[in-house]
Write a protein that binds this ligand. Structure first.
Ligand code: CP
Length: 331
């Protein structure tokens, strides 16, 4: 690490933050965030990204703080990036998974969260198969909570990291944005559609009728059943994985037919703009969601999104833990 790099980081962060806090004490839903919150998160993420890019991975901004990742569902990228983000900030990070927690012995999720709260945790990052679980827990504990994915509902930091990636690519333009696939069961879609509506994007969705959420038009989404009719003129295409862990397979005739109609193939990509951005929250099911040629083309920003998950989650952790307002002890 270069001499005085942490001091320079702190100075850059202070400048980008200019005394501001997030308007929320927990990060549960994109609904709760303002345009000012997005700006603050993106500005700080730019600073953290430069810091990490320089290879200066460690600072002590959160030294002495404890972050607990409490994941009751599988995860590769979200859990590891929250963990790395916390470690880069100098926090102690503990990971608990559903399969190894006392939930398996019959403890309620609420009591597990209260236990972690009593251990003086400074941030709880929660993933759960039940929609609304982080919201319920936020009322039971003093520790700030980040929703890292709740059932079919929301995954706000995933939406934020994609929006940050699009901003790097396109600046602050209001984009024409196309979702393709299983919007019904996707919590990533749940957060993105809220976020992109707030950012003024023109939003399209191409999917079979059975995988389109009820009343999706209320979010300003224009629905297409044929992807070929939706591709023209869009700046970005997000392929949504068929959420088989939520029984999405029962909503389509066959996987083969679904993939034939909705997979992002090189032939389909010829109908889109040459510089269209291709996005996916991961895990990608190769040849089913996106063909390898498209996944490995310069249009594809999937790896960039993973890279950007780190600065976004560093910004989220730092802002929530250092918020000058604190939650009131509920007990
Ligand atoms: N995008 C996402 O939530 O991936 P993981 O399930 O691997 O965390």
């Amino acid at each position: 690490m270069k001499r005085n790099a942490p001091l320079q980081l702190l100075a850059n962060l202070k400048k980008a933050r200019s005394g501001k806090n997030l308007s929320v004490l927990d990060l549960l839903s994109i609904d709760d965030l303002s345009l000012g919150d997005f700006e603050l998160l993106f500005s700080l993420s730019e600073v953290f990204k430069k810091f990490v890019k320089r290879g200066e991975k460690k600072c002590e901004l959160l030294k002495g703080k404890t972050i607990i990742n409490f994941f009751n569902e599988n995860s590769t990228r979200t859990r590891s990036s929250f963990e790395l983000a916390g470690k880069h900030l100098g926090a102690d990070v503990i990971n608990i998974s559903g399969s190894s927690s006392s939930g398996r012995k019959g403890e309620t999720l609420g009591d597990s969260a209260r236990t972690l709260d009593a251990l003086n945790s400074d941030l709880l990052v929660i993933r759960d198969a039940n929609a609304g679980a982080p919201f319920q827990l936020s009322k039971l504990v003093r520790t700030p909570i980040v929703n890292a994915g709740d059932g079919w509902h929301e995954h706000p930091t995933q939406a934020l990291l994609e929006a940050f990636t699009l901003r790097e690519r396109f600046g602050q333009r209001k984009l024409k944005y196309l979702f393709v696939g299983d919007a019904l069961h996707s919590r990533v879609f749940g957060s993105q559609v809220r976020l992109y509506k707030k950012l003024g994007y023109e939003i399209r969705l191409a999917a079979p009728e059975t995988l389109i959420p009820k009343n999706v038009e209320k979010f300003g989404v224009k629905v297409f059943y044929e992807i070929e009719k939706a591709l023209e003129g869009v700046d970005a295409i997000h392929a949504i994985r068929l959420q088989t862990e939520r029984a999405a397979g029962k909503f389509i005739a066959t996987g083969r037919e679904y993939s034939k109609n909705y997979c992002l193939s090189p032939a389909r990509m010829t109908l889109a703009k040459k510089d269209v951005a291709v996005l996916h929250a991961g895990p990608v099911i190769r040849e089913f969601d996106i063909r390898t040629e498209v996944l490995e083309s310069p249009n594809c920003l999937v790896q960039k999104m993973v890279e950007n998950s780190l600065p976004i989650r560093m910004a989220v952790e730092w802002l929530l833990i250092t918020n000058s307002k604190k939650k009131i002890k509920p007990w």
